[in-house]
Design a protein around this ligand. Structure first.
Ligand code: NAD
Length: 284
């Protein structure tokens, strides 16, 4: 019989950084819904608690780890705590990240170091700590990095963020090769604009969709014209890809950067006119 594959993550143990809100939370919940035990590291303690309770509602073991991903020691500590609690670590999702918009020339060293700590150092620290656990487990592993479309194009106002995400793209490819002999696959999810607490004005409180800013009609129209799918991404759409990449269905996939962007990367600058036809600005 042909192997038709399975998305089941039963018996797998995962850690998601920045997993208490937005894309990370959606990934954590999707992994749990498909059978994984999941540890959630987040800087907002009540987000850890809320997401852990939802993971348990799927009948899985959960762990909330309130900690700051900008601190390399905290990332390594979260990996150790998760591996000790579950007895192993099969899946690491490096999701923690974020950005403040400002031109590079206006950034201080403190500003840009902070961006690097959040978007790149956190990834290096958690990955470095997770690899020995995955190797010791003897059954490979899956590392999933949340990058961005901004890694693959100029991103005015987001220079350091874009540089970090581009770094993550090539880290993904390089570690995909370096870790292949251990059966550890390394892949990345590259979203475009996705509605999350962070992109909806709720960066600190508990995750409560009712408190998010709603896009204005002008913003909704701009998104419709720029993103071929005609709408923002939904956090669960990254969760669905994470389940696939973590599962045996993706057993031959490593070093891949997969867009979850409604077609933005493919569109390469083409946008819809107000009438709905595709144009390349400044074409009217
Ligand atoms: N939302 C988008 O449009 C979008 C697009 C492309 C890429 N991304 C990437 O997706 C990832 C998640 O983005 P999001 O929009 O879901 O963000 P978000 O701000 O909505 O959620 C991020 C979560 O991480 C937590 N967090 C923030 N700083 C932390 C820290 N220092 N330590 C630990 N936890 C921390 C937050 O409390 C929150 O729960 C990021 O890596 C981001 O760069 C997002």
């Amino acid at each position: 019989m042909m192997d038709t594959g399975s998305l089941s993550l039963a018996g797998r143990a995962a850690l998601v950084t920045g997993g208490g809100g937005g894309i990370g939370r959606a990934i954590a919940l999707c992994l749990a819904a498909h059978g994984a035990d999941v540890a959630v590291m987040d800087i907002v303690p009540e987000r850890c608690t809320e997401t852990a309770a939802r993971i348990e509602a799927y009948g899985r073991n959960a762990l909330g780890i309130p900690a700051n991903a900008m601190e390399a020691e905290a990332c390594a500590g979260a990996v150790s705590v998760a591996a000790a609690a579950f007895g192993k670590l099969d899946i690491l999702v490096n999701n923690a990240g974020g950005v403040t918009r400002r031109d590079f020339a206006a950034l201080t060293e403190k500003n840009w170091r902070r961006h690097i700590d959040l978007n790149l150092v956190s990834n290096l620290a958690a990955t470095s700590a997770a690899i020995p656990h995955m190797i010791a487990g003897g059954s490979g592993g899956a590392i999933i990095n949340v990058t961005s479309i901004e890694a693959s194009r100029a991103a005015p106002g987001y220079a350091v963020y874009a540089a970090c995400k581009a770094g993550i793209n090539n880290l993904t490819r390089t570690l995909g090769v370096e870790l292949a002999d251990h059966g550890i696959r390394v892949n990345a999810i590259a979203p475009d604009f996705t509605r999350t607490p962070g992109t909806s004005g709720n960066v600190t409180g508990p995750v409560d969709e009712a408190s998010w800013h709603q896009p204005s009609p002008a913003q909704a129209e701009a998104i419709r014209r720029r993103i071929p799918a005609g709408r923002p991404g939904i956090d669960a759409e990254c969760g669905h890809l994470a389940v696939f990449l973590a599962s045996g269905m993706a057993s031959y996939i490593t070093g891949a950067i997969v867009p979850v962007d409604g077609g933005t990367w493919a569109s390469g600058g083409w946008v819809r006119s107000s009438e709905g036809t595709w144009i390349l600005p400044p074409e009217a």
